[in-house]
Design a protein around this ligand. Structure first.
Ligand code: ADP
Length: 986
């Protein structure tokens, strides 16, 4: 190896030829270089030059010795010499002396083959190859060095990786570009600067129905058709270096390329752009022409124009129909541009032509609120443009923002040749229909809910709640007319949340003008705001109390007159729609009859329940028969008493319970009653379940229908066994009582008689005692007075004093006896009452007694004194006693003054005896009416203590009362009260 190297280095000498020159004469140069020269000088200078060049060139250079295997195939090479640039160009370090496989084991096989061939053949090669392992591309020039047997090759190489990559990138982008152009949906034609076609893409071929092959002789700059249509000048400008837009023309390729076979409809409307591609010098190298086929668009426009013209020229009648059509109608191009809309479509929705015409259908304000619907419509328009009518139910919007529902159809319109030239959108607003079906659904749901309800209150509750919720009201209720005119009864209401209950009776006059109330009774009405409506504005206050600001009402009218109504109310102003009212009408028409029927049934049911309760709890046995007398019902008591069953009774009849002795007679009267229809009554025994007979009073009344025909009999059996027994017992007791009464009566009579006898005896006795006692007393008194008058001279003062005492005592004794006598007369005797004129009586008394007269006493009878019911004798006694006391109990030296007056006390009269005497203290007032009660010793004021006792007893026995009022020292005021007498009598 070393040997070879030495040899090589010594043999290298000549300047390497220039890269470009190498391929031409490599071997010549090399032979020169490699020391074919003879002169030493020449060789030395060549070696120097070689070394200078070797060390200074940018290219890599090396000399390698090829290594072959046994079969003579080149398998490796060894680096004998490398220049300084080698390492930079290869990235291999310290390569000298090493084998290539050692440095890059995966170095491609062809490198060895090429160099092997060079070494063997001596033919130089020049090539570009990639060395993958070195990640580089090389441009290589290889030539044999030295003798063929040395198998040495000189390699001059340059790293061209950069260039290669750029080329690759270019190629790739070129390929992309080509693919792109090729696949582009628009047609592209590439011209050389002289107007010949360089390339066309697939779209071009499709557009014109020609392959590129067929136009190799075609020069666009000489195209007569383009010339004729006036677009060639535009094209020339492009060839002159300007990008231009070429106006649309209709081009017929058949004129240019006769005998085309493809495409049945060759003429195309095309618009095109052309732009030049310049070379580096700024010259136009190529021109690109891009066609756009606008045939369809042109044709559609043409047709639309045609159709529009037809339409415009169509009769005014058609226009009128279109305009006045009850459906929304319009026209649009196949692309969806609205070109017409009828009045309904605009005005009903509140849009102007400007908002609609010229816009894409799905961008018009009808659909503005929903991108989703806009998408649907775009698809629908395309569908219609494709020939298939589109139909859908869609929400749409009015200018006022309200959302509605339209049933929309888009029909394609075709011309005579069946080409779709226009689209005809039309729509029907189905908002109302939709609402109506919601209403129907609601009503059927309500009907279902109420179908099983039998309680009228529940029906009311459910219906009002359902309607209130459905119509989103605050309150809902029924009200019904009352017999009194203009008064209504509000049923329990439904309302949202807490609130006043409205149930109750209302005067309709307080809620609106008379015409309002008339209207309410005739049909549905609504009041959006009570304070604003002429019917109700004067009644706002009454509505406020109920929290009602707006409402609507629908009446239930039966046989022409108003029966009841349903009402929806709200506390805020609200607009009630026709729909709301319609629904209310439906509801009241359906629900009110249900309420009424349920009420009737309830009443019947209650009646039935009441009847059963009554019948089963009444004391009697009860039964009902049909008109023929066949019994179909007994009350519980019947079964309890007889122990029979209904079947038994119906099978065996009354004989089962009747006493055999009575049965026949009873049956006869009963069938008589059935025949005549008159009430039946009979008394007979019935057998109880214990076998014993009880007596019953039986009655039956016929029950008649409206026409007076007997439908049933209602009968009762009253158990009178006990009554009969009681009656008998009562009679016995009464007789006994009577007997005893009689006995008692006679006993009483007997005793009374005895008592009366005893009393009379006693009276006679006491009277005679009193009377008999008075005679000796008067004797004693008389004799004492005789002694004093006739014998006073014979008697000393003491004796005279004694005599006077005897006389006084006798006198007192006599008065006492008189008083006792009058008292006993008053308590014992019968006091017959009569009308007594008190004034007259008093005057008589005063006249009779001198010590009641002036100047001793002054008595004043004040005013007209009344007539009283009294016993004359007793009253005389009473008056005398009272006047006597008044005259008597005065302070010494005082002249008694007595005032008598009357006080009216209803049916009674009170007589006052007022004096100026010494008065009576409080404790005395309580005692003085008692027997023998006196407040003074007899030597101060003489008396017996019986006067007032007699007054009291006498007045009480005449049915009156007595009393006194006195404050000690200021006189006394005695009073007696008696029934008024008959003043007509004396
Ligand atoms: P007498 O026989 O004492 O009058 P009365 O029964 O008449 O008995 O009266 C009872 C007493 O009531 C008298 O004793 C006297 O004290 C008192 N009295 C009755 N009348 C009057 C009077 N007008 N004024 C004051 N005291 C009277």
């Amino acid at each position: 190896m070393m040997r070879n190297r030495q040899h090589e280095s010594s043999s290298a000498g000549q300047t390497l030829p220039h890269e470009e020159a190498l391929p031409e004469q490599p071997s010549t140069d090399i032979s020169n270089l490699k020391g074919e020269a003879n002169s030493q000088n020449l060789q030395e200078s060549a070696t120097d030059r070689y070394k200078t060049l070797f060390g200074s060139i940018d290219e890599g250079f090396c000399v390698v010795e090829l290594l072959f295997d046994e079969a003579g195939r080149p398998v490796d090479y060894r680096f004998l010499e490398i220049n300084p640039a080698f390492e930079r160009q290869t990235g291999l370090r310290n390569a000298q002396g090493k084998r290539m496989r050692e440095l890059a084991s995966a170095h491609e096989e062809h490198w060895f083959e090429i160099y092997g061939k060079v070494a063997l053949t001596g033919e130089s090669v020049r090539f570009e190859k990639e060395a993958r392992q070195l990640h580089r591309w090389y441009e290589v020039c290889a030539f044999r060095v030295g003798k063929p047997a040395d198998k040495q090759v000189g390699i001059l190489f340059k790293d061209i990786t950069e260039r290669k990559r750029a080329e690759e990138a270019l190629r790739e982008s070129e390929a992309h570009f080509r693919a792109l152009v090729e696949q582009a949906p628009f047609s592209v034609q590439l011209f050389s600067a002289d107007g010949m076609t360089l390339r066309v893409n697939r779209a071009w071929e499709e557009l014109w129905g020609v392959s590129q092959e067929r136009i190799k002789d075609y020069n666009v700059l000489h195209d007569a058709q383009l010339e004729e249509k006036g677009v060639l000048p535009f094209l020339r400008r492009a060839f002159a270096g300007e990008a231009v837009q070429i106006p649309a023309i209709m081009y017929d390729p058949n004129e240019t390329i006769p005998g085309r076979t493809m495409n049945n409809e060759p003429q195309r409307w095309v618009a095109a752009v052309a732009y030049p591609i310049h070379d580096q010098a700024g010259r136009v190298r190529e021109v690109v022409l891009i066609h756009e086929d606008i045939t369809e668009r042109k044709r559609a426009e043409e047709r639309a124009r045609l159709f529009a013209a037809q339409c415009v020229s169509a009769t005014a009648k058609f226009r009128a129909v279109f305009e006045q059509s009850p459906i929304f109608a319009g026209m649009m191009t196949v692309d969806g541009v609205v070109i017409d809309a009828n009045r309904l479509a605009l005005e009903a929705c509140g849009y102007t032509e400007e908002q609609v015409i010229g816009r894409l259908f799905w961008n018009t304000p009808w659909w503005r609120n929903s991108p989703e619907i806009q998408d649907q419509l775009q698809a629908g328009t395309q569908q219609a443009a494709g020939g298939e009518a589109y139909q859908a139910v869609l929400p749409y919007w009015w200018a006022d923002g309200s959302q509605r529902l339209v049933e929309l159809t888009i029909h394609p319109i075709r011309d005579n040749e069946q080409r779709i030239i226009l689209l005809y959108p039309s729509g029907v607003d189905i908002t109302t229909r939709q609402r109506a079906s919601a209403r129907a659904e609601f009503l059927s749901r309500l009907a279902q809910k109420l179908s099983t309800e039998v309680d009228p209150h529940e029906i009311n509750r459910i219906a009002t709640a359902e309607v209130g919720e459905f119509l989103n009201a605050e309150r809902c209720y029924f009200f019904q007319g009352l017999p009194e005119k203009n008064r209504v009864q509000v049923l329990p209401d439904w309302h949202r949340g807490e609130g006043l209950r409205m149930e109750g009776v209302y005067e309709m006059e307080r809620f609106g003008r008379p015409e309002w109330w008339e209207a309410v009774q005739k049909g549905p009405i609504s009041v959006d705001d009570v304070s604003a409506h002429s019917w109700t504005k004067d009644f706002t206050e009454n509505y406020q109390k109920l929290g009602v600001t707006s409402y609507c009402v629908a009446p239930f009218i039966h046989q022409g007159s108003w029966v009841a109504a349903i009402c929806l109310a709200s506390s805020r102003p609200r607009h009630w729609s026709v729909n709301d009212l319609g629904l209310l009408e439906d509801v009241v028409a359906r629900v009110w009859p249900l309420i009424e029927r349920a009420r009737t049934e309830e009443a019947l049911r209650e009646g039935e329940e009441r009847f059963r309760a009554l019948a089963d709890n009444m004391a009697q046995l009860a039964w009902m028969t049909d008109s023929s007398g066949k019994i179909f019902w007994y009350n519980q008591r019947w079964y309890d008493f007889t122990g029979t069953t209904l079947e038994q009774m119906q099978r065996e009849g009354w004989a089962l319970v009747h006493h055999p002795d009575y049965h026949e007679a009873v049956a006869k009267t009963w069938s008589e009653a059935l025949k005549t229809g008159s009430p039946w009554q009979n008394t007979f025994p019935l057998r109880g379940k214990d076998g014993s007979f009880h007596w019953f009073l039986s009655r039956a009344l016929p029950i008649r229908d409206l026409h007076g025909a007997i439908t049933k009999w209602f009968g009762t059996n009253t158990d009178i066994t006990e009554q009969r027994e009681t009656q008998v017992a009562l009679q016995v007791a009464q007789e006994e009582l009577q007997r005893q009464n009689q006995a008692l009566e006679s006993t009483v009579q007997e005793r009374t008689r005895k008592l009366m006898e005893a009393l009379a005896e006693l009276e006679a006795y006491s009277y005679s005692v009193a009377h008999d006692m008075r005679a000796p007393l008067r004797g004693m008194q008389g004799f004492a007075e005789v002694l004093l008058e006739d014998y006073s001279s014979q008697l000393d003062a003491t004796a005279q004093q004694y005599l006077r005492r005897i006389s006084n005592s006798a006198e007192r004794m006599d008065r006492l006896i008189q008083d006792v006598l009058s008292y006993s007369k008053i308590i014992g005797g019968e006091l017959r009452l009569e009308s007594v004129d008190t004034g007259n009586l008093l005057r008589d008394i005063i006249q009779t007694y001198s010590n009641l007269q002036t100047p001793k006493v002054e008595i004043k009878l004040e005013g007209k004194l009344p007539t009283v019911m009294a016993n004359l004798a007793a009253l005389t006694q009473v008056f005398s006693n009272l006047l006597g006391n008044a005259a008597k109990f005065v302070a010494p030296g005082v002249t008694p003054k007595i005032n008598v007056r009357a006080e009216d006390r209803g049916d009674r009269v009170r007589l006052w005896f007022e004096d100026n005497g010494i008065g009576i203290d409080a404790s005395g007032q309580k005692r003085i009416f008692g027997l023998f009660e006196r407040l003074h010793r007899p030597d101060t004021y003489e008396g017996t203590g019986l006067g007032l006792a007699i007054v009291r007893k006498a007045v009480e026995r005449m049915g009156g009362e007595v009393g006194v009022i006195s404050e000690g020292g200021h006189g006394s005021r005695f009073w007696i009260e008696l029934l008024k007498g008959n003043s007509g009598e004396p």
